[in-house]
Design a protein around this ligand. Structure first.
Ligand SMILES: Nc1nc2c(c(=O)[nH]1)N[C@H]1C(S)=C(S)[C@@H](COP(=O)(O)O)O[C@H]1N2
Ligand SMILES: [Mo]
Length: 341
């Protein structure tokens, strides 16, 4: 099996236009598990309509015994379930644009290490390439596959999963049916949908989605670009405000609350009701599994008028969200406080 075979073996499936929502307002993300109809959908060239009887997953590259699985064979492996925060990195080309595109879902599938049993993965493999069945054009690039890679020296292969369920149901076409890669702690762009091939290599994967897109310019201490690029892998600390939803009144207690996440645990979330001039620490739930964490802070406004609310998270690596000009720049919104009747 060669790399080319990852692409060539496929009769490309028909594509549907992606008419699904890309942005869900933060105030709609009220439940800990995001219902599928409140999830964002990203699809570079549209939604492939995959015939599951034709579908195969190949695992090859730097393994002594490559394997090919069909869908019934995949289902025979022991099933694992994992609740995890699902985060889109936002723009494929602009590292300074913050979108706060996020969900928290339950994946069901197979641990990659279970699939690898007997394949004899070589220790010299440095990257795992993942191929998705996309085809068409994206930002003026002709696309024959959506190919991403995961660095094995900075990510635990034990955390990777080939998922075929989302929130207890089979993956829907737009979320990757019949199977996708799940890489908790990495940005969504790395979690290849309509997965057909996993390929171990000692080099970075070819193609626009690793070399052209999802690469941030590294900034030196002086704030200028060093010329090196940083692939968009680990999720950076971030937070959104879900409430207060409406009807905030002077002298009445309301609750500022929302969700915080990072590639590791979030250890502190602070909130500001004056546009970031002063901050208060919120109450923060501990992380369970790879889920987002709820935070809240009771607030009794003392003045009527428009208030600028801001939140900022700090993770266990000691990283705090930047205020502006970053994909994880602090979330801001406004609330109108009315005089009590
Ligand atoms: N094959 C394929 N996988 C893909 C993409 C894609 O365009 N094609 N988009 C990626 C991006 S940018 C994100 S944020 C997530 C979104 O997953 P979702 O649409 O299931 O929410 O899928 C990722 N996996
Ligand atoms: Mo994304």
């Amino acid at each position: 099996m060669s790399v080319d075979k990852c692409e060539m073996a496929w009769v490309k499936p028909p594509m549907l236009i992606n008419n699904f929502p890309m942005n869900i307002p933060a105030r709609e993300l009220t439940s800990r598990i995001t219902p599928v109809d409140k999830m964002f959908v990203l699809a570079a060239t549209g939604i492939p309509q995959v015939d599951v009887d034709q579908w195969r997953l190949q695992i090859g590259g730097m393994v002594s015994r490559p394997i090919t699985l069909d869908f019934p064979r995949l289902l025979k492996y022991s099933k694992i379930e994992l609740e995890a925060c699902h985060v889109c990195a936002g723009s494929a080309v602009n590292a300074r644009a913050a979108v706060h595109r996020v969900a928290n879902v339950a994946w069901g599938g197979v641990a990659l290490v279970d699939l690898l049993e007997g394949t004899q993965l070589r220790t010299s493999a440095k990257f795992l390439w993942a191929y998705g069945l996309d085809h068409g054009t994206y930002r003026e690039h002709v696309v024959n596959s959506y190919i991403k890679d995961i660095p094995l020296d900075r990510y635990f292969i034990e955390d990777l999963m080939v998922a075929y369920e989302l929130n207890g149901k089979p993956l829907s076409p737009e979320h990757g049916y019949p199977a996708r890669l799940v890489a908790p702690g990495l940005y969504g762009t790395n979690m290849v949908k309509w997965l057909t091939c996993l390929w171990f290599s000692d080099e970075r994967a070819p193609g626009a989605f690793t070399h052209e897109f999802y690469n941030d310019p590294e900034l030196g201490a002086d704030g200028n670009a060093t010329g090196r690029m940083l692939p968009v892998w680990e999720v950076q600390p971030d937070a959104i405000l879900v409430g207060p939803q409406a009807g905030v009144k002077v002298g009445e207690e309301t609750l500022l609350w929302g969700w915080a996440w990072s590639g590791c645990d979030v250890v502190r979330v602070e909130a500001s009701t004056d546009g970031g001039a002063t901050w208060q620490r919120t109450r923060l739930q501990a992380r369970e599994h790879e889920a987002w964490q709820r935070f809240d802070l009771p607030w009794t406004p003392t003045a009527a008028g428009r208030h600028a609310l801001v939140v900022r998270a700090t993770d266990s690596h000691g990283v705090t969200q930047p205020s502006v000009s970053a994909r994880n720049a602090q979330f801001r919104c406004q609330v109108d406080v009315e005089d009590a009747a």
